[in-house]
Each structure stands twice: as structure tokens, then as C-alpha cells.
Design a protein. Structure first.
Length: 750
């Protein structure tokens, strides 16, 4: 019998890896607009909402309860409830409300369910298993931990507020010693409660409940958290295969050699294969049947002219070509349907040709698109609002559900050992959330103006409706058919008026909540507005484990974007990716000069904290610029002599250079690597024809130990024992938090 997930870890072996599905489609029915539906679009006041609301589903769903009790009630002569209330016949009778279905009252004290958290942390109470949730909820664990089953809303608010502490750790279990801090961002995305800078609640489900003086039970909280955005976050992974340009370059060079050796012209074969090299460099589309047919025809005709001893050379070349085509065309998954729409038109990375944003020279080029694919109540288009740029996102332009994307590749790295590889992350970006950091105040304002969270917004209305039903049931005996106000005592009239007043206040609050939240067309209020870099880093760590890759580096802006498209007034790249040492640079407000800080860039800080927690290394380490095991390098020599922006970057110490000749700084940008000079020539020609290169293209030969193969950058290095931990759940909203222990990783279960 196969070992369980935890048993495998205890024995020190790598657990059975079930890869996270790259694309997951979860069918569901989108209901009619929820209780948040459409009054904002009408520009209505509460009075107007009441008059017009019957045409708006959200208001209609609420108002249809206005004049009837929530449940059928029986009026039985039984125990008194205050004053005796005369019946319609004038007989004094004691009345009691007896619901058809009764719900036991929840304890206002209760007990903590922290034992469940200890056994299954960060996993919504589910059993730990491979292929389970990548990310878990600290808020869910915190709700279970509470030592009360039901409490006033302000007590719940304080309970979650008190969890925003770094010294709050798990006392035992797989997470022993690890922080169980709850991020305010998670509470905000859940619409559970939003705090201002001073820590005061300003909005959200619990704030509404607090204003109404209501008590909230634990199960209601857990239900909201189970509907977390985490449940609908998916990844679209686009890749172009390991190194298709090199594969076709090898075939093209072999074809040249066969033609030279046999003296037979290969017809259209060279032109087609060279075209295929260019195509795979940009990964724009699959190789079509026309190309395959032309190659097949060319090689068949050449074989018919060849001696019997040479015929197999042409058939073997065709086999290699077909294999390369099949490998390339099958390298990516079919794009998903998002909300029923086929969003991508092809199978391959959409932006591999955008070389200003990523390094060339890598293998397994990949674009991960993290998107949201769940229902978004209160958002008529069910789309995000991108207030800067296109105005559509880079990838999911039809469904507009993209939250962020990452571009990365990997290479062999002999410095790590035999058969070890190294991931290079060139770009992480959020078209949705980046505008909040824009240098233009108008863009910032537009972002926050449109930031209306679509998650759990109907919970407020549901809560108010439930409370209204309770009051309506209490009022029902006073409104019994046939009883007039003359039959009630003064205190009974006062009690009835009091209940009516409470119901009226609830109605105003509920309708006001509908109006204030509104029914908007689109929103900038997607999840992870502040922590999207951390989310990406943790997703990449899991990818490392699934691919058995031992190192990952963030490509510094000083050897990538700042060399290719430097803007002296913008420091976003240095803040996100860092300089060569991984540290931040900003503009000094006093001098206007570049000011280097002794803190890591956002992405590097996420790597550093993860490394510290998981027992991995984080240090300066050689990162390959192209495959060190292939000796012939195709290099684009970018020079300050033909790029004034590059000169500004170097002279402001925001870009590196490989060497200096006179007053000219030169950076060797590795385009690719090849096994032979002939293959390198093919790649060089295709790269130039495809519009690549900012400088002079040259071919240089160097061995795997040549320092020119590498750049020293901050790197997370993880051995196999560390990699297996990346398969376990992690905290979604923090750059730390996973199933680890700093001294003995699984001490508590050994």
C-alpha cells in the first residue's frame, strides 16, 4: 500500500506529487443578481429605492419579506409573554409564539475548536493531502480557535484585530512555532471587516452587525471564509517547450550537412526550417500542416535522387523534424474557457517576443496567468476594471478576470551540481493592482474610486434579513388578525411600536447598504491588492517542487529592463526586482539622485522570508545567462555608444555592464546557446530576422566554468528536503507561513 502524504514526509522521501491543475474549469450556475443588485445605477435615494426597488432583484428579494413573518407561527394559549393580550373575541388569553421549526440557541461562551486547527492548519479543516489547496486561510483557523460559539459582533471584531500580531504562533502540530497572524487584507477581501489606519472598523459584515447590536455565530463566520476568493483562483500556464528554437536549429544544421555531403538540393526544406526557428523564438502560434507538407515533399524528392546508402539520411531527418514539431505544438495546454468564453486564441505565450521585459537565453519559457474564475455578485459584467494602460489586461482580454502574471524560464546550472536547474523570474506584474502605486495621482484616485469588493457582499443583507425575520415573528402576535389597537394595553402598544421601530431601522440599514454598495459594471476590487507579489512567489515555489528545480532568482532590473528601456524618473523596477544585489533604489527627494537602500526589493524580500522559514538558503549565487552546457553563445552586445538611455542607466549606477572599452560600456546579453557553431549561426540569423537584438550579434565559445556564463544575484536554493515542503499549504496573504519548523521541520509528527 502506498505511503500517505505525511508518512512519506516522516520517512524522508518526496511525497507522491500530484501537480496542481494548470487549468481547472469548475462548472456552476450564475444566479440572478444578488441582494446587492442595482440601485446605485439608478442613483436612487432610499425612498426612491423603495418605490423602484421591486424591479431590482436585490431589493425585491429583501422587500418581499416586508409584511409577513419569516416562518409560520401558531398562537397557543400557554405561558404569558408580558401582559395578557385579548383575543379577537375579547377573551384574555396568554399567547406564545411557537415556530414550526425551532433552532437551538447557540452558546455565548462555547469552547475553542483549536484542536481541529492544530491537526489540519491552513486547509479549511480538510485533511492534508497532495494536490490539495495550495493556499490556506489564517482567518479560518482564527475563527475556529475562538472560545465562543456566538458573540456580539464587536467581540468578533476584537478577536480578529488581536490576531494581527507577529508573536502569535502555533503551540503545536505541524505548524509549531509558526506565526498564526491574520492579515487585515484577508479580512478585507472576505468583506468580514475593514480597518482604518488606526485600527478602527470602518466597513464590512461585522461592522454592520456591530452597528445593529447583533450577535454572530461561528458557523456564519466560517461560511463566509469558505467563500474566500481563494476557492476560485486558478492559473493559466502558457509555455513554448524546453528550447524549440535550438531543436529546429539542430535540424537545420543537419540538413545543411546532408546537402553538402550528398550534393543534393533540399528544395524548400532550409527556408521552412529557418522560418520555424523564427516562429518558435516568438512562440506566436503552432507550426502548421503546410510547413510539414513542404518539408515532407522536399525530403521525399531529395531521397528519390540519392544513392540507396543515403536514402535513410533524409527519412531520419524527416522523423526528427516531425518529432520537433510535435513536441513544440503539444508543449502548451489548451486555454480554458473562463465564464464560458474561450479567452485565448492560441496555445503559446502571448508575450515571448516582448524581450524588453524578460531575459533571452533561457529554456522552458513560461507565462503564468493567475486569474479569478468565480461568481462576482454585484458586478454586472463579472469583470475587473483596469484603469491604466490598454485598458484591457495583457492576457484575458475577453473575460477580464486576470489578477497578475509572471514570466520565467529555467536553465541547467552546474554550480548547483549535476543535473540541477535554476529558475529565472524576469517579470511579475498586476495590470489590475499596479495603478494604486502609479506616479499619477489621477490614476490612483480612479483605482480606489472603483475598488468595490464583490466578495461576500450579500452577507450583510442576509444577516439583516434574518434579524428582521426574528423581529417580525415577535411582532406577529400583536398583529393577529382581528385584533385592533384598542384591544392592547399601553405597555403592549409600546412594545409593538418598539418592534416596528427596530424593523424600520433594519429596513433603512438594509436598503442603505444596497444603495451604498451598488450594482457596478466592473471593479478594481480584486483580491490580493497588496500581496500579489507574495502570492506569485509562493506559487513559483510550488512549481519548483513539481519540476524538481533547486534554485530560483529574481532577475535584477539592472541586468534586464534598465538596460533595454531605462527611464531615469521611474524606480518601480528597482522597488520590485531590485538592483544586482537585490536591494531597493529610490529617488532622493532632496538631491534628486539615486538613493540605495539596505532593504530587499519586494520580490526578493518574499524569497528571503520564505527561505528563512523553510530552511532554504538565500544568498548571492551565480545565475546562468544561457545554457552553460552548450559552448557556443549567441550574444547581443548592447553598448552605451548606440543607446543613450543605457548610458544614463550605467552612469546613474542602475544598470550593470560586462566590460568597458574606452568610454563605452558593453553588456553581453545572451540570446541563446548552441552545441555547434553551425547551430549557433542558424539561431543568430533567425534572431536577427525576427527583429531581435539591440546591439551587435556575435557568437562566442565558452566552457561551463567560464564566469562570463553567469551573473551573481540573490538566489533561493532548496534541496530535496526543502522542496517537498513547498507542496504543503501556505498562508495566502503573507510572505511567510507554511508547514515548517525552523529546528526540525516535522518535529511534531515524527
Amino acid at each position: 500500500m502506498a505511503d500517505s502524504f505525511i508518512d512519506s514526509i516522516i520517512k524522508g522521501s518526496l511525497p507522491p506529487i500530484k501537480k496542481s491543475p494548470v487549468v481547472v474549469e469548475t462548472p456552476y450556475d450564475e444566479k440572478e443578481p444578488s441582494a446587492l443588485g442595482g440601485l446605485a445605477a439608478l442613483g436612487a435615494t432610499i425612498v426612491g429605492a423603495t418605490a423602484l426597488g421591486k424591479r431590482i432583484p436585490g431589493v425585491r428579494n429583501y422587500l418581499k419579506q416586508m409584511n409577513k413573518p419569516a416562518a409560520k407561527v401558531d398562537y397557543l394559549p400557554s405561558k404569558p409573554v408580558g401582559d395578557n393580550i385579548p383575543t379577537a373575541t375579547g377573551q384574555a388569553t396568554d399567547l406564545i409564539i411557537k415556530p414550526v421549526t425551532t433552532v437551538p440557541a447557540l452558546s455565548t461562551t462555547g469552547r475553542s475548536r483549536f484542536g481541529e486547527v492544530i491537526q489540519n492548519p491552513l486547509n479549511f479543516g480538510n485533511e492534508l493531502k497532495p494536490g490539495g489547496r495550495t493556499f490556506g486561510s489564517s482567518a479560518y483557523d482564527r475563527a475556529l480557535e475562538a472560545n465562543f460559539d456566538k458573540a456580539p459582533a464587536d467581540k468578533w471584531i476584537q478577536w480578529f484585530k488581536d490576531a494581527n500580531r507577529g508573536d502569535l504562533t502555533y503551540p503545536g502540530g505541524p505548524l509549531q512555532g509558526i506565526s498564526r497572524k491574520v492579515s487585515p487584507e484577508e479580512l478585507s477581501d472576505l468583506n468580514l471587516v475593514n480597518f482604518d489606519k488606526s485600527g478602527q472598523p470602518i466597513s464590512g459584515f461585522l461592522k454592520t452587525a456591530k452597528d445593529q447590536g447583533l450577535e454572530i455565530d461561528r458557523e456564519s463566520i466560517l461560511t463566509m471564509i469558505k467563500q474566500s476568493p481563494l476557492a476560485n483562483i486558478k492559473t493559466l500556464r502558457l509555455t513554448a517547450g524546453k528550447d524549440p528554437a535550438s531543436d529546429f536549429a539542430t535540424i537545420a544544421a543537419e540538413g545543411d550537412e546532408i546537402a553538402r555531403a550528398t550534393g543534393i538540393n533540399l528544395g524548400e526544406f532550409p527556408a521552412v526550417v529557418n522560418s520555424n526557428i523564427r516562429r518558435t523564438m516568438n512562440a506566436s502560434s503552432p507550426i502548421g500542416a503546410d510547413d510539414i507538407t513542404m518539408v515532407q515533399t522536399s525530403l521525399r524528392e531529395a531521397a528519390s535522387k540519392a544513392a540507396d546508402a543515403d536514402k535513410s539520411k533524409f527519412s531520419n531527418l524527416l522523423i526528427k523534424y516531425n518529432q520537433a514539431v510535435g513536441k513544440y505544438n503539444a508543449s502548451s495546454t489548451v486555454p480554458p474557457k473562463i465564464r464560458g468564453q474561450q479567452d485565448q486564441d492560441n496555445f503559446f505565450p502571448k508575450n515571448k517576443a516582448e524581450r524588453n521585459y524578460h531575459l533571452d537565453g533561457g529554456e522552458n519559457f513560461t507565462e503564468d496567468v493567475i486569474y479569478y474564475d468565480g461568481p462576482m455578485p454585484g458586478i454586472s459584467s463579472s469583470k475587473f476594471n483596469y484603469v491604466e494602460g490598454s485598458p484591457a489586461p495583457h492576457y484575458l482580454k475577453k473575460s477580464k478576470r486576470e489578477m497578475l502574471f509572471a514570466r520565467y524560464d529555467d536553465l541547467p546550472n552546474p554550480k548547483l551540481g549535476v543535473n540541477k536547474r535554476h529558475i529565472r523570474v524576469s517579470e511579475v506584474q498586476s495590470d489590475l493592482h499596479s495603478p494604486q502605486f502609479s506616479s499619477f495621482q489621477g490614476t490612483k484616485d480612479e483605482y480606489f474610486k472603483n475598488k468595490i469588493s464583490p466578495f461576500n457582499q450579500d452577507a450583510n443583507i442576509t444577516m439583516l434579513k434574518n434579524e428582521r425575520e426574528k423581529l417580525q415573528n415577535q411582532l406577529a402576535p400583536y398583529l393577529e388578525l382581528g385584533r385592533g389597537r384598542m384591544g392592547l394595553t399601553r405597555s403592549q402598544i409600546q412594545q409593538a411600536n418598539k418592534l416596528k421601530y427596530k424593523i424600520d431601522q433594519l429596513d433603512r440599514s438594509a436598503l442603505g447598504d444596497i444603495v451604498n454598495k451598488g450594482f457596478v459594471d466592473s471593479t478594481t476590487g480584486g483580491p490580493f491588492s497588496r500581496s500579489y507579489n507574495d502570492l506569485t512567489v509562493k506559487s513559483l515555489l510550488r512549481t519548483m517542487a513539481e519540476r524538481d528545480i533547486n534554485a530560483i532568482s529574481i532577475v535584477p532590473s539592472s541586468m534586464n529592463q534598465n538596460i533595454k528601456m531605462f527611464d531615469i524618473d521611474k524606480f518601480g523596477n528597482e522597488i520590485n526586482y531590485g538592483l544586482q544585489n537585490g536591494k531597493v533604489a529610490i529617488k532622493d527627494k532632496v538631491t534628486g539622485e539615486t538613493k540605495k537602500l539596505n532593504q530587499y526589493s519586494s520580490l526578493n524580500e518574499s524569497l528571503r522570508k520564505q527561505a528563512k522559514q523553510y530552511g532554504a538558503k538565500f544568498e548571492m549565487f551565480p545565475m546562468p545567462k544561457s545554457n552553460p552546457l552548450k559552448p557556443f553563445k549567441i550574444i547581443d552586445e548592447i553598448s552605451t555608444s548606440n543607446s543613450s538611455s543605457y548610458r544614463m542607466a550605467v552612469e546613474s549606477d542602475r544598470a550593470i555592464y560586462s566590460r568597458k572599452i574606452g568610454n563605452d560600456y558593453i553588456f553581453d546579453n545572451h540570446v541563446s546557446a548552441a552545441n555547434t557553431q553551425a547551430e549557433a549561426e542558424k539561431i543568430k540569423l533567425a534572431y536577427s530576422s525576427a527583429g531581435g537584438g539591440k546591439g551587435r550579434l556575435v557568437i562566442k565559445e565558452m566552457g561551463p566554468d567560464d564566469p562570463a556564463n553567469y551573473e551573481m544575484v540573490p538566489t533561493l536554493i532548496a534541496d530535496s528536503n526543502v522542496l517537498k515542503k513547498f507542496l504543503l499549504p501556505q498562508k495566502a496573504y503573507m510572505n511567510t507561513g507554511g508547514l515548517v519548523d525552523t529546528t526540525n521541520v516535522f518535529r511534531s509528527i515524527l
